[in-house]
Design a binder for this molecule. Structure first.
Ligand code: ZN
Ligand code: ZN
Length: 134
């Protein structure tokens, strides 16, 4: 069976892209850097091999910020609307995709990572979703 082609776009639609599985990893990361970069409790990032990713439009309409070495962290955003958009990782062989910008279901379950580095107000996705008391 052929892999499904997924498509994604930023809020304004200037940056669009396509990708196909299999995907390396789908993570909800709660680390302090991911919190800063998203402004939220965690980042929702899907990772795919570079050869399974293509820009449809707007590759040049992005800010591609890299933290100074030795840090390998960065961020990419649409210059027009500021939405997080895909960026090639420093390893050069994988692409980080903010999963919320993908239009279709990627068909892979996310894993919560960096559980030791979280805010006091966010202590676990399972509890937050189920409404369980903290
Ligand atoms: Zn945009
Ligand atoms: Zn993180």
């Amino acid at each position: 069976m052929a892999e499904k082609i997924l498509s994604g776009a930023c809020l304004c639609g200037a940056v669009t892209y396509e990708l196909t599985g299999p995907f390396d990893f789908f993570g909800f990361c709660q680390c302090s850097l991911c919190r800063k970069v998203t402004g939220g409790a965690f980042a929702t990032n899907l990772f795919v091999a570079l050869e399974r990713f293509t820009w449809a439009s707007g590759e040049d309409n992005r800010i591609d910020y890299k933290m100074p070495p030795p840090k390998k962290f960065g961020n990419a955003a649409c210059k027009t609307c500021g939405s997080r958009v895909p960026r090639v990782l420093s390893s050069g062989d994988r692409v980080l995709i903010p999963a919320g910008s993908i239009m279709e279901d990627p068909g892979i379950a996310p894993t919560l990572v960096c559980t030791e580095d979280h805010t006091e107000w966010f202590t676990g996705l399972e509890k937050a979703v189920s409404g369980e008391p903290r």
